[in-house]
Design a protein around this ligand. Structure first.
Ligand SMILES: [Zn+2]
Ligand SMILES: [Zn+2]
Length: 138
């Protein structure tokens, strides 16, 4: 058997044995690639002067980003990520203490009636289950 063939068989065996590892590696790789992409976009945007082509590309990227986070759970999660938001959530929980739908005191989350303003009147305190139900309109 030729060396090339042997090598091929060896590689195949290795891949079969290490499937999980390869999968994990690819996942990590894709994650960093996304991060790199975002970094590159940001860098490009901060660079001056900006060409029309760069501006156009950045606009496209921003549109995609906003579409993703504009409404629903995505937007809500995005809002809740900031430190101020977490504080706000804690405040509401310590005041209202339970789900406003079913009275549960576990896994409490904020639901936004709209996403314009982060004020108390604008949010409802719900448990995870009721919150899901609200978003899925069940
Ligand atoms: Zn509930
Ligand atoms: Zn919600």
């Amino acid at each position: 058997m030729e060396d090339k063939e042997k090598w091929k068989i060896y590689r195949k065996k290795w891949r079969d044995k290490n499937q999980e590892r390869i999968k994990a590696y690819n996942k990590e790789y894709n994650k960093t690639r996304d991060k790199e992409k975002i970094k590159a976009y940001q860098k490009e945007y901060n660079q001056k002067p900006k060409t029309e082509e760069q501006k156009e590309r950045y606009r496209k990227y921003q549109n995609e980003y906003h579409k993703k986070y504009q409404k629903g759970r995505g937007r809500e999660k995005y809002l809740l990520r900031s430190l101020a938001q977490r504080k706000f959530r804690k405040q509401i929980i310590s005041k209202r203490k339970k789900c406003e739908e079913c009275g549960s005191m576990e896994n409490l989350e904020l639901h936004h009636k709209n996403y314009e303003e982060n004020i108390e009147e604008n949010v409802i305190l719900l448990c995870k289950v009721c919150h899901k139900r609200v978003h899925n309109n069940i």
